[in-house]
Design a protein around this ligand. Sequence first.
Ligand SMILES: [Cu+2]
Length: 162
Amino acid sequence: MKYLKQIAWAVTLGAMSMTTPSVWAQSGGHTAGSHTMLSPGDLKWVDVPSLPPGAKLALIEGPLNEAVPFTFRLQFPANYQIPAHWHPAVERVTVISGTINMGIGDKLDAQTTKPLGPGSMAIMQPKTNHFVWTKEETVVQLNGVGPWGITYVNPADDPRKK
Ligand SMILES: [Cu+2]
């Protein structure tokens, strides 16, 4: 259990509700509606206050805290976990590299997760409790319509409150 807390993961991108304008500007994100063409090397990775330590976020489209389409990537280290959580809007996750193991429920249970490798996709409905863990470094891309956020089932799992 201790291990779980140390490496929890998150997609959520709740991170997003924590994204300040300055972080937005630094991240190189593009305003919704603008024509965007970028390569992986253009991405600017920043820390994610709303996720367990170790994750990085690269904003592509947003901002995440407004009612506009968003796209961003998350990089998780190996052996990373995000405890059970939910989001206020539909979450669409596409795996770019590595593998995420995702499950649905109120508590992280590695026995119930499904491995999703490169090219895989998951679509999570609003306020549906889910969790994720990795065994290898993994990059996923999330898109949806903001405002985005993350709420942990167990408030004690929220790194913003630690
Ligand atoms: Cu999530």
